[in-house]
Write a protein that binds this ligand. Structure first.
Ligand code: RP5
Length: 154
């Protein structure tokens, strides 16, 4: 993620990765404030053993696109909800990649972070039967928790 301030959003990705028992690292890598850290991370990610990168950033959100430019790994971008423009800036910055360098862009905010983790899990599950079963179980649990009849909530 691009900043400590993104963690409130990106922790929703980390929580799902934890539940699915997917080893992961949560790192602050700013395209603007720590460009050398971004270069080192993105250039070295594949050799370091990463399989998928989830990049969350807000505002002029260059992190996902710049990361994708420097790694062959799949990159999923999460537009963090910004104060000034409610994440519309983040979304458009991340989603409008020119042809040739893809970033799989998720929804703004918490839903995008959670879905980035689930999408990463689905990719990894293609070559991991045990993870595929855990992901199936997670989805079945979600389905089972949906009530048929709504209740009044306080
Ligand atoms: C982006 O700027 C970060 O991804 C963050 O969403 C946004 C604001 O960062 P802070 O000023 O809160 O550190 O680079």
């Amino acid at each position: 993620m691009g900043s400590q301030s993104d963690w409130a959003t990106m922790r929703h990705a980390a929580e799902i990765l934890e539940v699915l028992e997917i080893p992961h690292k949560a790192l602050i890598v700013s395209a603007h404030r720590t460009p050398d850290r971004l270069y080192d991370f993105a250039k070295g990610a594949k050799a370091a053993g990463f399989k998928v990168i989830i990049a969350g950033a807000g505002g002029a959100a260059h992190l996902p696109g710049m990361t994708a430019a420097m790694t062959p790994l799949p990159v999923f971008g999460v537009p963090v909800e910004s104060k000034a423009l409610s994440g519309q800036d983040s979304l458009l910055s991340i989603v409008q990649m020119p042809a040739g360098i893809p970033v799989g862009t998720l929804a703004i905010g918490k839903a995008g972070a959670a879905n980035a983790a689930l999408l990463a899990a689905a990719v990894l599950a293609l070559n991991d039967t045990a993870l595929a079963e855990r992901l199936d179980g997670w989805r079945a649990g979600q389905t089972a928790r949906v009530a048929v009849v709504p209740v009044d909530q306080p």
